[in-house]
Ligand binder design. Structure first.
Ligand code: GAR
Length: 194
């Protein structure tokens, strides 16, 4: 089975740490990183890693411009990308769009749940464990089927920052593994279909 080619979508403020983890993992061949503007922090990191970057600002024909920039990738990976994807992208890459979220979905997901808000909510709810979820993307925030979760404890003395750092380390393991898993699932299905 070939290493899957992936296109990674980052947001305007994303740090690009999951993008970098995927690129360095050897589990995926990052064909393109798509950012809304040259000033997104992930763009400089992508350049430093020698990755191809395409700037695709939202606006007219956003879906078709994304599809064109993605080209012939096997998977689309959202990494710090906080918008709903245009239907055209979901149609073109049906079942091949993944996202990572810093909680054990379905808990602590949905619109507006990102960054420290997620970890603050986990601590406020008195949860004893948290983690991250890689899930398939559909037309709702954080609601697609989960593919892989990794868990960690929430310590009594945890601040949101401390918990975020523990979860982020898990994210960097989970995303490459999830891409490998998603590719294996598609490969297995294609072998067993008549
Ligand atoms: C990650 O923690 C990811 O789980 C989160 O954005 C961060 C991006 O960090 N995504 C969501 O909350 C999606 N709802 P990164 O730019 O360092 O990869």
């Amino acid at each position: 089975m070939d290493i899957p080619r992936v296109g990674i979508l980052v947001g305007p403020r994303g740090r690009g740490s999951n993008m970098a983890a995927i690129a360095r993992s050897g589990f995926a061949d990052v064909s393109v990183v798509i950012a809304p503007s040259e000033s997104a922090p992930a763009v400089q990191i992508a350049h430093d890693l020698g990755l191809a970057v395409s700037i695709v600002p939202p606006g007219d024909e956003y879906g078709s411009r994304l599809v064109e920039a993605l080209g012939k990738v096997d998977f689309v990976c959202l990494a710090g990308y906080m918008r709903l994807l245009p239907a055209e992208v979901l149609r073109t890459f049906d079942g091949r769009v993944l996202n990572i979220h810093p909680s054990l979905l379905p808990k602590f997901g949905g619109q507006g749940m990102y960054g420290s808000r997620v970890h603050e909510a986990v601590i406020a709810a008195g949860e004893s464990e948290s983690g991250c979820t890689v899930h398939y993307v559909n037309d709702k925030y954080d609601e697609g089927s989960p593919l892989l979760q990794l868990r960690c404890p929430v310590m009594p003395e945890d601040t949101a920052e401390a918990l975020a750092a523990r979860v982020l380390a898990l994210e960097h393991q989970a995303y490459p593994w999830a891409i490998e898993l998603a590719a294996a699932i598609i490969h297995r299905r294609s072998e067993s279909s008549p």
